[in-house]
Design a protein. Structure first.
Length: 729
């Protein structure tokens, strides 16, 4: 028999040899810089001795981190699935797929947003009797339940419409916000009719939300409402609620064309004061258990509530990885990058992370250890049960048919409620070895790592046609809160028993261990960055030299490393579909994030190690007021309040401005020749000032509600002036 053609192929990125040569030259330059620092350190008693030692430590840390980041560029690979081959071979043996959507708060994550995601995944080009959609509502909200009920009615129209016209994106909100596709000869009437249906539904959901209560008439339409009616339900305190809204096994559950519908389940796991609920990880684990009773799909897709599906074939593409005869059985999960639909032209807050998604994650994927990034990930159910990979793990189970389940919907709901109760996990391995791991605000990364260390592999897949699209943070604070959670959780992993260099030693490739650390070490990188933002400007002010003179040969490695690294990063960004201005915005965001969010994350991890702080999960807001949205669209940086983070940002900006101005004064009025000695610091300070332009604007020029308040201006000037008086040694 001829060997079967693979269901996906893996290709290495081009230009790797040139990259390696280039990297070697930069490495040599970095070594020379460190040698210079070491040899020219002022002796005891000489001016600037401690400052120099600090510079040396900062540069050693930067260099170490730079080496780590190279691991993610060394072995970049791309994967390509073949869905035709999948259909030819397996069309009648496709496995069950369970989609999990998580939501946590009806205000920060409005029910209309949530049901759009649900509707999009119900419309995959996949046999409906093999598809089940679960919504986990950690908000325990009657409104979300109501919205899901509305969506289940609308799906009877929406799913056939999507299939008939190959609609994409399959989120009605996103679909109707774009111009009707001309290639698809959609009947205008049909388009208008379904749009009207959608808008009516949206209107009903939003007006019930605005009213703040659900009428008796609506309540009487579904037995599920009794859960809220018969007992007091608050977000933090309620019984478990499981409602099978559409039972896919029921042959009478059909859409308006008579085709079967996918299963649709609402779940709000039990919450009680005093019981830790473990945030998203807890919700996912409850979903894993509940779904195993109801549909038990072999493959699980996990999406955040704001991530709608954009490609009807996404499930089929994913199956190419899992069902490939040769490589499939050892694959535990496949991760898509996060993409967003609310990105502005120059991406002021650098939400896109082009290089991370197109290079770094693909690079770590090249070591068979793609990171689990929470949303947009397909996984093999088995790999989440704590099972180690073994030869006969995935192999046959792929195609295993489900046993016929005779239980009624009522019985299933009853059993499921027990599985979603607080006490169920007590004294079990859930959260430790089974399911997603607890105790870390980036449950995704640590769980992915643990799965890989049990012998499983994972794939990264970044198709041209984006599979899932979500909502990016649209203000500075929202993003910084998110980055603080990430950096804290990531650094916590580094400190825990899961540190990839120890836990992963011998289990995942060294490149993958390093690759993980690109992110795990975000928090500590804040320290040398803060040093570089504070000390060189002070030295400039006090005339202490830190870098070689232009005429010295030692100037060459400094200049080379500086220019080569920046040029490389510009070219890399442009290659990944960013723009020059987008790159510039990224540099600003890197400084802002590192000196605030990542630094705070660092501090929190230290406090946690000392037992002074606890794990928390600050939810990312998905909606903002109209005023704020307008500024976001105009790419005007949003502050609008006084917070410690903003004071830090403004103070650093002022400090650099003060020393630049004073250096320029000195050069003009006192000693022009000094420039030769100061050139590096002047460039550093000058670039920082240029980068901070939007900060000065928010401090002094803008008058809108998003600008920096007077108190921040006052504090930043006062602190920066005081700092200038500090004697540097
Ligand atoms: O107690 C909670 C808290 C959050 N969530 C859900 O978790 C998802 C992610 O939360 P979000 O506030 O949007 O965080 P992001 O920073 O955008 O999320 C990224 O980072 C998280 C880890 O920090 C991962 O869990 C996410 O999947 C990943 O997209 C959302 O759907 C929430 O509804 C819950 O279900 N229960
Ligand atoms: Mn999110």
């Amino acid at each position: 028999m001829a060997e079967l053609q693979p269901l996906f192929e893996t290709k290495q990125a081009k230009g790797r040899a040139a990259f390696k040569v280039f990297t070697a030259t930069v490495f040599a330059g970095i070594c020379l810089m460190l040698v210079y620092r070491f040899l020219h350190n002022p002796r005891g008693g000489e001016e600037g001795r401690w400052t120099w030692i600090g510079m040396f430590i900062a540069e050693v840390l930067f260099s170490f981190y730079w080496i780590i980041t190279q691991s993610a560029r060394w072995n970049v690979t791309h994967n390509f699935p073949f869905i035709q081959r999948l259909s030819q071979r397996y069309e009648h043996k496709l496995p069950g797929v369970d989609v999990f959507v998580c939501t946590a708060d009806p205000i920060m994550e409005p029910p209309t947003l949530v049901v759009n995601t649900v509707l999009s995944v119900m419309s995959f080009n996949y046999p409906p009797e093999k598809l089940s959609v679960y919504l986990s509502d950690d908000g325990g909200s009657e409104f979300t339940f109501y919205a899901l009920l509305e969506a289940s009615h609308f799906s009877k129209f929406w799913i056939p419409f999507c299939k008939k016209f190959k609609v994409a994106p399959m989120s009605p909100e996103a679909y109707f916000s774009q111009q009707p596709d001309e290639k698809n000869v959609i009947q205008v009437e049909e388009w208008l009719a379904i749009k009207k249906k959608y808008e009516d539904m949206k209107h009903r959901i939003e007006s019930i939300m605005a009213k703040g209560s659900i009428s008796e008439e609506v309540r009487s339409q579904h037995k599920g409402f009794s859960e809220w009616y018969n007992s007091e339900v608050t977000k933090q305190n309620h019984q478990s609620i499981v409602q099978i809204i559409i039972d896919g096994k029921d042959t009478n559950a059909v859409d308006k064309e008579g085709s079967r519908l996918p299963t649709l389940v609402y779940m709000a796991r039990e919450k009680r004061p005093g019981w830790p609920h473990n945030f998203k990880a807890g919700a996912m684990n409850a979903l894993i258990r509940v779904s195993s009773e109801i549909s038990n799909g072999t493959i699980i897709l996990n999406l955040d509530c704001d991530m709608y599906a954009n490609n009807p074939d996404a499930v089929r593409e994913a199956l190419c990885f899992f069902m490939d005869e040769k490589r499939g059985p050892e694959i535990a999960f496949m991760q898509h990058p996060q993409s967003y639909n609310n990105i502005t032209k120059y991406d002021l807050y650098s939400n896109c992370a082009h290089v991370v998604h197109q290079v770094e994650l693909a690079g770590i994927g090249g070591y068979d250890a793609a990171l689990y990034c929470g949303t947009g990930r397909f996984h093999r159910r088995e790999s989440l049960s704590g099972a180690k990979y073994s030869k006969d793990c995935g192999e046959h189970k792929n195609l295993e048919a489900k046993e016929i389940d005779e239980r009624t919907v009522d019985e299933l709901e009853k059993t499921s409620k027990i599985l979603a109760s607080c006490s169920y996990e007590k004294d079990t391995a859930w959260g430790k070895e089974m399911g997603l791991l607890y105790g870390c605000p980036v449950e995704d990364i640590v769980t992915g790592l643990a799965v890989q260390c049990r012998g499983w592999k994972s794939m990264y897949y970044n198709p041209d046609r984006r599979a899932f699209i979500g909502v990016a943070p649209s203000t500075l604070v929202i993003q910084l809160v998110q980055f603080k959670r990430w950096s804290e959780g990531l650094f916590q992993i580094f400190f825990s028993k899961y540190c990839p260099f120890i836990y992963g030693n011998g289990k995942i490739k060294v490149g993958a261990q390093m690759g993980y650390c690109v992110y795990l070490l975000w928090a500590p990188v804040s320290l040398p960055t803060l040093y570089y933002m504070i000390v060189p400007p002070l030295c400039l002010l006090h005339g202490i030299s830190l870098f070689p003179k232009v005429s010295s040969p030692w100037f060459i490695p400094f200049a080379y490393v500086f220019i080569a690294r920046n040029l490389y990063s510009i070219i890399e960004a442009l290659n990944c579909d960013s723009t020059l201005k987008g790159w510039w915005n990224l540099q600003r965001m890197l400084v802002i994030r590192r000196t605030t969010a990542l630094f705070f994350g660092f501090v929190d991890v230290i406090l946690k190690q000392l037992g002074l702080s606890q794990t928390a999960f600050a939810l990312t807001a998905k909606v903002v007021t109209e005023d704020v949205l307008k500024r976001y669209e105009q790419e005007v940086m949003e502050f609008g309040s006084s917070s410690l983070m903003f004071t830090i940002i403004a103070t650093l900006a002022m400090l650099n401005l003060f020393s630049l101005v004073s250096a320029i004064f000195k050069m003009i009025f006192l000693d022009f020749g000094a420039l030769e000695k100061l050139v590096f610091k002047v460039i550093l300070c000058g670039l920082t000032v240029l980068l901070n332009f939007p900060i000065y604007e928010a401090l002094f020029i803008r008058k809108d509600k998003g600008s920096l308040p007077f108190s921040v201006m006052f504090k930043s000037i006062a602190i920066a002036s005081l700092a200038c008086l500090i004697p540097v040694n």
